[in-house]
Design a protein around this ligand. Structure first.
Ligand code: FES
Length: 169
């Protein structure tokens, strides 16, 4: 494994604290087979997103190209390159949920939040993301709010979840 190099991204540099934290994530995992995904998950857990300035450092440590790392970040819906809102709401768009009312919930969310998927409200209260099955199909439609799964959602229950996030009515 190569040592974690200093970030050279002038547009979005990592500060010293972030660089140290990143080094602490990458160094113990870099020699693992298939280290890229666990590292990206750990970076997102630590920072709330995968800052673009991390990409060259991760690529260098794993002997990958920046394009390869960026390609993986882009491919997986779970990774985000910008900081999320204070709450993250993931609406399941897979078949079982679609068949049981997820489209109505999607319309409700787009209308009330004024944003689409992969976007954050202007006040930073909530980020809306799609997800494709949360393993809770028997209780569809399903969403996940800040890591907690909510099943059998109606528009009324979804409205309550949004209220709990401080979203304006
Ligand atoms: S399809 Fe939505 S939880 Fe499985």
């Amino acid at each position: 494994m190569k040592p974690v190099a200093k970030s050279s991204s002038a547009s979005n540099p990592l500060d010293a604290d972030m660089h140290l934290r990143l080094e602490g994530i990458i160094t113990p995992m870099a020699a693992m087979p298939g280290a890229l995904l666990p590292i990206l998950h750990a970076v997102q857990d630590a920072f709330g997103h995968v800052p673009p300035a991390c990409v060259p450092l991760i690529a260098n440590a794993l002997n990958l190209s920046r394009a390869e790392v960026h390609g993986v970040i882009s491919f997986y819906h779970d990774f985000r390159s910008t900081p999320p809102g204070r709450h993250v709401l993931k609406l399941c768009r897979a078949e079982a949920c679609q068949a049981r009312g997820a489209r109505e919930l999607e319309a409700q969310l787009v209308s009330r939040l004024g944003i689409g998927f992969h976007e954050t409200t202007a006040d930073g209260s909530i980020t809306l993301e799609p997800v494709y099955c949360l393993g809770n199909c028997a209780c569809a439609p399903t969403a996940m709010l800040d890591g907690t799964v909510h099943g059998r959602l109606s528009t009324e229950r979804m409205a309550s979840l949004l209220d709990s996030c401080g979203v304006k009515k």
